[in-house]
Design a protein around this ligand. Structure first.
Ligand code: ATP
Ligand code: MG
Length: 429
């Protein structure tokens, strides 16, 4: 049988309806039971009256998360939480849940909710996040498609590090040493000679030893790479992409954003071009603000927070020193101590959401960079050889999807930007 969806009713479908779903919440008083029904498309209040529903006593005692088919009448009701309610005439029970839904009580600490993530997924909070996340990816794909980037996929099990050895997850690959991918980039650089401009969406893995609000050990990484592209051009790609995503989420999911205290207007007012400051300028700002920071130091969450609090919309920090960037970053010919790199930082203290830059396209220069870092050129044979046949100026970037969602939705912790977070102390559920 065809059922109506809760979202249709919330959009104004009234009259005789049938819906099916889970009893999200319930309360009753004096012969009236109120259920909040959840069907995957939304939540709606259902009212059951003892004098008009046959098996009222049985229904009143149905545990939370039982699955039911509901027949009744939908109508506008300003007193109902969502503005509409269903006046129930009959109910068919499809599955009776066990007593005491584990997360049924009102207040729980974050660890408990993490242990019960498989149930917490059903919460209004996670529903909003799930929708925002999906919208972010939909918007990103739209933007890439409109701008001539093709989506490509490459292995997750890989032979060499991209971002340095300290965050590698080793894999025993039939007795041979391999790793979980930290980044698609090296393959992306191989692909551009075939397709010009490309992007991917894939999990990246980082054995982050520190516990922070913005590091997962497994995260979703959207990476792009473009040939015939310099630092300024790749920054344009980044700012246009991020603006497009932010606006689409703000326009299409304002209610989900407001749920976490994000005013959609904050995102709608974002405009390109974003402000750009150099690493040198960032150092000056940091020194003035009184933190201990010297030229050549890497910026962590604390430093980025100080910078990001000074801006109302995303901004770039460019030209990082060689020492804080990976081996593939191209030195600036005007000042070889710094690289043609940029990070995109989100405002309001959120900090880095994109790492990016121009890549070394010369074979000898790349070889020199590997050797300076005591890395083994043998591990990078295919990557080096790309510079021998058809090398070209090119740039790319990596965008952390959870970092982006965290900022867009105004979340406090990155764990809430993903359904089943992987953290230093957590691999279940
Ligand atoms: P950070 O300095 O914040 O640890 P990074 O410089 O190591 O990040 P990159 O190697 O530049 O990060 O990765 C590109 C993007 O991937 C980052 O800008 C960020 O959005 C995201 N990212 C990196 N590491 C993580 C992580 N552990 N968890 C979630 N997202 C991450
Ligand atoms: Mg970075």
């Amino acid at each position: 049988m065809e059922f109506d969806s809760v979202s249709e009713i919330l959009r104004g479908k009234t009259g005789k309806i049938s819906v099916h779903g889970w009893i999200h919440n319930k309360r009753s008083s004096g012969g009236v039971a109120f259920w909040i029904l959840r069907d995957g498309t939304g939540l709606i209040q259902c009212t059951l009256r003892k004098d008009s529903v046959k098996n009222f006593d049985e229904l009143e005692n149905l545990p939370q998360e039982s699955v039911v088919e509901i027949f009744g009448e939908a109508k506008k009701d300003p007193r109902a939480p969502e503005g509409y309610e269903i006046s129930v005439t009959s109910v068919k029970i499809l599955s009776k849940a066990a007593e005491e839904f584990p997360i049924g009580r009102k207040e729980h600490g974050p660890e408990f909710l993490m242990d019960n993530r498989h149930f917490w997924l059903r919460s209004r909070e996670m529903l909003a996040i799930t929708r925002i996340r999906a919208k972010v990816l939909q918007a990103a794909r739209e933007w890439f498609d409109k701008n001539g980037f093709i989506e490509v996929h490459t292995p997750i099990i890989v032979g060499a590090a991209v971002e340095g050895g300290s965050t590698l997850f080793p894999v025993n690959y039939f007795g041979q040493k391999a790793y979980l991918s930290q980044s698609w980039q090296l393959y992306g650089e191989a692909y551009i000679a075939a397709v010009g401009k490309c992007y991917t969406l894939a999990p990246s893995f980082r054995a982050e030893k520190s516990r922070t609000r913005r590091h997962l050990t497994e995260y979703w990484h959207m990476e792009a790479e473009a040939s015939f592209c310099d630092l300024e051009e790749i920054m344009k790609v980044e700012e246009e992409l991020i603006t497009y995503i932010a606006q689409k989420v703000a326009k299409e999911l304002p209610e989900d954003l407001k749920f976490f205290g994000r005013t959609p207007q904050d995102l709608l007012k974002i405009k390109t071009p974003y402000k750009r400051i150099t690493y040198d300028e960032a150092v000056e700002i940091l020194k003035k603000s009184g933190v201990k920071f010297s030229w050549g130091d890497d910026m962590g969450a604390d430093e980025e927070k100080i910078l990001a609090n000074k801006f109302e919309q995303p901004f770039f920090v460019t030209h990082y020193p060689k020492g804080v960037k990976a081996f593939y970053h191209k030195p600036d010919s005007k000042n070889p101590k710094v690289t043609l790199s940029n990070d995109l930082l989100a405002p309001e203290g959120y900090g880095e959401i994109i790492g990016s830059g121009e890549r070394i396209d010369d074979y000898n220069e790349l070889m020199k960079s590997l050797k300076e870092r005591k890395m083994n050129p043998k591990d990078y044979e295919f990557y080096l050889n790309l510079r021998k046949w058809g090398t070209v100026q090119h740039s790319g970037f990596g965008l952390g999807i959870e970092r982006l969602v965290m900022w867009l939705a105004h979340l406090e912790h990155i764990r809430d930007a993903i359904a089943f977070p992987r953290l230093i102390n957590r691999v279940t559920p």
